[in-house]
Design a protein around this ligand. Structure first.
Ligand code: SAM
Ligand code: SF4
Length: 457
């Protein structure tokens, strides 16, 4: 499969950027139809420097987010189990030649201990991450074994209900096994869609193969994984180029499989211990907010994921502009959740707050933290999810599911202060919901408050 040749033609993308003409307000009016935007429209929005257009862009993105996703924000935790890596990605703390990081791959007992900590914090959704280790077959077996361990670990009322995975690109048969292991989504970042930059920052190791990486999602979908998550690592190259190239990536998946990615992540480059990399394309906060708002309108039905790389204030702003999932209380080093002296992390984080504090903050913004995992578990993935999401119908499922999983969190894990604020938010939200989902949500709430767990539709 060679979708890359025409997919990332640098000259075509550059021409679209350079010839961006059009009225940004007309593009915003088109965006309100919630049918997405063409690359030329996106280029017009990216080129606009008018402060009034910027405000209108933000207002339109806020409106689109609420229209489609309502007032929910799904929470997850990353779980780094190994920092062994054969690649030399110059920007990453885990790069193979970095001597400042102690290498380790957690054994299954250590993994279970980490998972227990996350379960006891209230997490239900894990994103599993590793470096790229050799021998490849053994490292894949390790990933499968880890998934089994995560699902088998329980503590009190809790367990992890869905494992998403971010590991090096796999072959189709391996993707099939990953699906068989019960993962939710497969996530992989292209880092940069600009080939010369890609070659310059990936100095050695299997990751040097741009084509193998950029076709990973095609293989995952071929293997039947309906939900894939993509994203560039913003800061390696011009963000405008990355956004347009990513749109090409999305279109290629849509053409071939009838469905684009389930999520887009927006990681921004952070300093990493032992990384000599001097970034020339760092994305400013202003541009970062702008690109998130543009993506919200360009692909309105695609979830957007925000990590704890960013500081709390910036995270807050992005929640309003279109982010639908976020991590909380993260550690980016193997053993980092349970151990006193963790090893060096993959990069510096901007948000070190524990989950309870993040949850309280989200409540104060009027958003409901959700621990829902229903779609994955009911097989509502890929095209099925998109069909449900497109007419805004997802609100009918998501809102009640958010209420039930949030109440579980509040009852089982929250501090008294967070619980009081959260329950007040739930009461308020019930009065704002449409009658049918409000009735479902009230029924769920009664069940959870009387001791039932894992109630969803
Ligand atoms: N090792 C695999 C890989 O590279 O695809 C899997 C996951 S890697 C642990 C997760 C992601 O962290 C990478 O894809 C990269 O985008 C991101 N990352 C690496 N170094 C970073 C840095 N200094 N700042 C922010 N994100 C970084
Ligand atoms: Fe290894 Fe991934 Fe870091 Fe590259 S980004 S050095 S592959 S862990």
């Amino acid at each position: 499969m060679t979708p890359t040749i025409e997919m990332f033609d640098e000259a075509v993308i550059r021409r679209t950027l350079e010839t961006a003409r059009g009225d940004a307000r007309e593009v915003l009016a088109k965006a309100r139809e919630l049918r997405g935007l063409d690359p030329e429209d996106v280029a017009v929005l990216m080129a606009s420097e008018d402060p009034e257009v910027r405000e209108e862009l933000f207002a339109t993105a806020r409106w689109a987010k609420e229209e489609i996703y309502g007032k929910r924000l799904v929470l997850f935790a990353p779980l780094y189990v190994s920092n062994l890596c054969t690649n030399e990605c110059v920007y990453c703390g885990f790069r193979s030649r970095n001597k400042d990081v102690r290498r380790r791959a957690l054994n299954q007992q250590e993994i279970a201990a980490e998972v227990k900590v996350l379960v006891e914090q209230g997490h239900k959704r894990i994103l599993l991450l590793t470096g790229e280790a050799f021998p490849r077959e053994r490292s894949f077996e390790y990933v499968l074994e880890t998934i089994r361990t995560i699902y088998a670990t329980r503590s009190g009322n809790g367990e992890i209900r869905i494992v998403n995975v971010n590991v090096a690109p796999l072959r189709v048969e391996q993707f099939r096994e990953l699906k068989g292991a019960g993962i939710g989504a497969y996530q992989l970042f292209q880092e940069t869609y600009h080939r010369p930059t890609y070659e310059a920052v990936h100095k050695s190791g299997p990751k040097r193969d741009f084509d193998w990486r950029v076709t990973a999602m095609h293989r995952a979908m071929e293997a039947g994984i309906g939900d894939v998550g993509i994203g560039p690592l913003f800061g390696l190259y011009d963000w405008r180029f990355e956004v347009l190239a990513m749109m090409e990536h999305i279109r290629s998946l849509e053409r071939e499989f009838g469905c684009g990615p389930h999520t887009i992540s927006v990681p921004r480059l952070e300093p990493a211990v032992g990384s000599p990399f001097q970034a020339q394309y760092l994305v400013s906060d202003d541009d970062f907010l702008k690109l998130i708002a543009i993506l919200r309108l360009a692909v309105p039905y695609t979830g957007m994921v925000m990590s704890t790389r960013e500081k709390p204030a910036l995270r807050r702003a992005t929640f309003q502009l279109g982010i639908s999932q976020t991590s909380a209380g993260s550690r980016v080093d193997p053993g980092g959740y349970g151990e006193e002296r963790p090893d060096g992390g993959q990069f510096q984080m901007g948000d070190h707050r524990p989950i309870d504090e993040v949850v309280r903050d989200i409540i104060s913004l009027g958003y409901m933290p959700s621990f829902c995992t229903a779609c994955y578990r009911l097989g509502r993935s890929g095209q099925d999810f998109m069909d449900l999401a497109k007419p805004g119908e997802i609100k009918y499922n998501c809102d009640p599911n958010a209420v039930s999983t949030f109440q579980e969190y509040l009852t089982d894990y929250a501090s008294p202060e967070t619980r009081a604020a959260g329950e007040a938010l739930i009461e308020r939200r019930l009065t704002e919901m449409e009658p049918a989902p409000a009735r479902t949500a009230a029924g769920f709430l009664r069940q959870v408050r009387s001791g039932k767990r894992d109630v969803f539709l």
